[in-house]
Write a protein that binds this ligand. Structure first.
Ligand code: DGJ
Length: 388
C-alpha cells in the first residue's frame, strides 16, 4: 500500500539532501571541521590520542583515511586512502596506503599497496576518487582481496562503482581487477520479518524505491562501504546505494571476488553512510553516519540477528563531548582486537576537505553494558580500557 508518511518523509529527506549539498558547496564547510583545538598531545607509545597527529615508524604522519584493518598471522594491517595537501587531496593522486603493527600503537610504513595509474584509460587513473578501501583474506584462494568505492575521473560522484584488487601478500602490490555497479538485474532478498512496506513493487514503484528500480538493469550504486567476514567464512560487502538513501548488505562469492546477487536493503530512504560492522554474542551491529558531505553528523547504531536483517535502528551510540557530531568524525571501521569478544575499537575519520592530508583519526573504545553498545570519548586511552 502507498505510504503517504513515508513518501513525505522521503521527499523531506530529498529536499534536505539537496539543500545540504548546496550549503556545503557554497560555504565550504566553514567551521564544521574545527571542532577540537589541537590541544591533545601527539600520539605517544602505548596510547591512543584521538585527533592528535599520529606518526609512523619514519616519523611521518600516518596517511590512511577512510580505512580498515586486517588482522593476519598476528599482524594488523591498516589500509586507507593516501591523501595529498589541499583540496586536490579529495581526489586520489597516490593510492591505497598500508601500515603494519603488532601492537596497534606503533605503525610501520609498508608503502602504497595499490598505486593509482598513470594510464588515462584506466578506471583508477590519478585524479579518480578511490575511497574507503577494505581488505579481507580468502583462506581458500590464499589471496588478499581489496574492495573500495570508486568514482571515475572527472565525473564527480556519479559513477558510484565498487572496485576490486587482489594480492598474494597483505602489503601488496594489489592488482586492479575491475569496477562495476553490483547486483544488476537482481531483486532484493527479504529476510524473515521484512515488512510489506519494505518490499519492492516493480510494477507500482514507490517513491522510496525509485532509484533502486532506475538502476535495476545496470547495477546498483555502491559508494561508502565496508567488508565483513562472518564466522562461517562468508563475506559481505555493505555499501551506501540508491543515491545514498539506502544501505545494501550484499553477499560475496566464495573467492570474495564478485557479488552473488543475494542482498538486502537496510534503513530504506534514510541516507546512511560510512557503515562499519561487528558481531558479538551472535548479534550483528552496524555503526554508520548520516549524509552531510565531509561535515560530521550524529552516528547511528543498528542491530540484527541475521546479517541480512531486519536491522533495528538504535540511535546514536556516542557518549561524551560533541557526541552529536561523532566528536567531529565519521565512522570507517570497527576493529576487533585479537579476536577478543569485547575488545572492539571504533575507528573514525575527522575529515579536512580543504587540506585533505591533515585529516585525523578518532579511535575509541566500544563499551558494553549487557547488550547495550556505546562509543565513549577519551582524550587518551590504551588497550587496557577495552573489554576482554
Ligand atoms: C561522505 C563520505 O562518507 C566520504 O567517504 C566521502 O564520500 C564524502 N562524503 C564526499 O563528500
Amino acid at each position: 500500500m502507498f505510504n503517504v508518511f513515508k513518501f513525505q518523509s522521503s521527499m523531506n529527506n530529498y529536499r534536505f539532501f539537496i539543500l545540504s549539498r548546496l550549503f556545503f558547496a557554497c560555504f565550504g564547510f566553514i567551521g564544521a571541521q574545527q571542532v577540537y583545538a589541537q590541544s591533545t598531545p601527539p600520539a605517544g607509545k602505548g596510547k591512543f590520542t584521538p585527533i592528535a597527529q599520529w606518526y609512523d615508524d619514519k616519523g611521518v604522519a600516518i596517511n590512511a583515511h577512510g580505512g580498515g584493518v586486517l588482522f593476519k598471522d598476528n599482524v594488523y594491517y591498516w589500509f586507507g586512502e593516501h591523501k595529498v595537501a589541499g583540496s586536490a587531496g579529495n581526489t586520489s593522486q597516490v593510492g591505497v596506503h598500508c601500515y603494519s603493527s603488532t601492537n596497534l600503537y606503533d605503525w610501520k610504513d609498508e608503502g602504497i599497496a595499490l598505486p593509482m595509474s598513470d594510464d588515462e584509460r584506466s578506471d583508477i587513473v590519478k585524479g579518480c576518487v578511490l575511497e574507503r578501501p577494505k581488505v579481507i583474506y580468502n583462506a581458500k584462494t590464499k589471496k588478499y582481496v581489496m574492495w573500495f568505492h570508486l568514482e571515475l575521473k572527472g565525473k564527480g560522484y556519479s559513477a558510484a562503482r565498487t572496485g576490486l584488487a587482489i594480492s598474494d601478500k597483505p602489503t601488496g602490490p594489489y592488482r586492479y581487477i575491475r569496477s562495476y555497479r553490483p547486483n544488476a538485474g537482481k531483486m532484493p532478498f527479504y529476510p524473515k520479518g521484512t515488512p510489506d512496506s519494505d518490499r519492492v513493487n516493480a510494477t507500482i514503484v514507490k517513491e522510496q524505491d525509485k532509484f533502486f528500480m532506475r538502476d535495476f538493469a545496470g547495477g546498483q550504486m555502491a559508494r561508502d562501504m565496508t567488508l565483513f567476514v562472518d564466522d562461517d567464512g562468508k563475506a559481505y560487502h555493505i555499501f551506501s546505494s540508491e543515491e545514498n538513501y539506502t544501505l545494501h548488505v550484499a553477499e560475496l562469492n566464495a573467492d570474495y571476488t564478485a557479488h552473488t546477487g543475494k542482498f538486502s536493503r537496510v534503513y530504506i530512504g534514510q541516507q546512511t553512510e560510512a557503515p562499519a560492522i561487528f558481531k558479538r554474542n551472535g548479534i550483528y551491529y552496524m555503526i554508520g553516519s548520516g549524509c552531510t558531505g565531509w561535515a560530521p553528523n550524529a552516528a547511528r547504531l543498528f542491530r540484527a540477528k541475521s546479517i541480512f536483517g531486519p536491522w533495528e535502528y538504535l540511535g546514536n551510540p556516542c557518549i561524551g563531548p560533541n557526541k552529536e557530531l561523532t566528536y567531529g568524525g565519521q565512522s570507517t571501521y570497527v576493529l576487533n582486537v585479537n579476536g577478543k569478544k569485547n575488545a572492539l575499537i571504533f575507528m573514525a575519520d575527522k575529515w579536512e576537505p580543504k587540506n585533505a592530508i591533515d585529516g585525523r583519526y578518532i579511535w575509541l573504545p566500544i563499551t558494553f553494558t549487557g547488550d547495550d553498545v556505546k562509543v565513549v570519548w577519551k582524550d587518551s586511552w590504551d588497550l587496557g580500557d577495552l573489554g576482554k
